[in-house]
Design a binder for this molecule. Structure first.
Ligand SMILES: [Zn+2]
Length: 201
């Protein structure tokens, strides 16, 4: 693409780094922003800067939060003996949308993937074991994707948890989880949690 302006080119290059955004779409978005009022553009960039600067990760479950403890972990009504283990915050949002789950979460922040150089130590696994060791937890639901990375991660975590006197279960498979779970319909998702099965190898 030949740009008439270096400023335009820089902005388009930044936008085209976003997932699913090619150069043409990036150009369309940038030109759109250029036509907006200065106030609107300020609000737009401010929200991104603030997000990056102020976002926190819940010190209990690892979910994205505005405070050091997330709203789920803070809620007295939630069942703290039941933990649903998920890959990322999108999964928490999808399960919360079902309005059927009353336990708490643990957010891994990814899956074990040797191909991508992601090992167990880069994930929020130690904190999960600490939560279980603390004694309140009675069941951990492994709600990870039915992929090779998901299976590897489930197996690794199961080995870490199997000696504790708790139930370890998995959700009904066949659901596109992790990344795609947000597209799973709410009834299917709620049912897959309700009909979870004990995990064993
Ligand atoms: Zn939390």
């Amino acid at each position: 693409m030949n740009f008439s302006s270096r400023l335009l080119e820089n902005a388009v290059n930044e936008f085209s780094k976003l997932p699913g955004i090619g150069q043409k779409t990036a150009l369309r978005l940038v030109l759109h922003l250029l036509n907006q009022q200065a106030d609107d553009v300020n609000r737009f960039s401010e929200s991104i800067l603030k997000l990056k600067k102020e976002i926190q990760y819940c010190k209990i479950c690892g979910n994205i939060s505005d405070a050091d403890t997330c709203s789920v972990c803070q809620a007295p009504k939630r069942d703290k003996s039941l933990i649903c283990l998920v890959e990322d915050t999108r999964d928490v949002m999808a399960i919360e949308n079902t309005n059927q789950y009353n336990g708490v979460y643990h957010v891994l922040g990814g899956l074990i993937s040797p191909m991508d150089g992601i090992g167990p130590s880069q994930l929020n696994i130690g904190a999960l074991v600490d939560r279980v060791r603390e004694g309140t937890v009675q069941e951990v639901i492994l709600a990870l994707s039915a992929t090779m990375e998901g299976d590897t991660t489930i197996f690794y975590i199961y080995k870490k948890l199997k000696d504790f006197p708790i139930k370890v279960s998995t959700i009904a498979r066949g659901i596109a989880f992790g990344g795609e779970i947000e597209y799973a319909d709410e009834i299917t998702l709620a049912r897959s949690i309700a009909t979870r099965v004990p995990y064993g190898v």
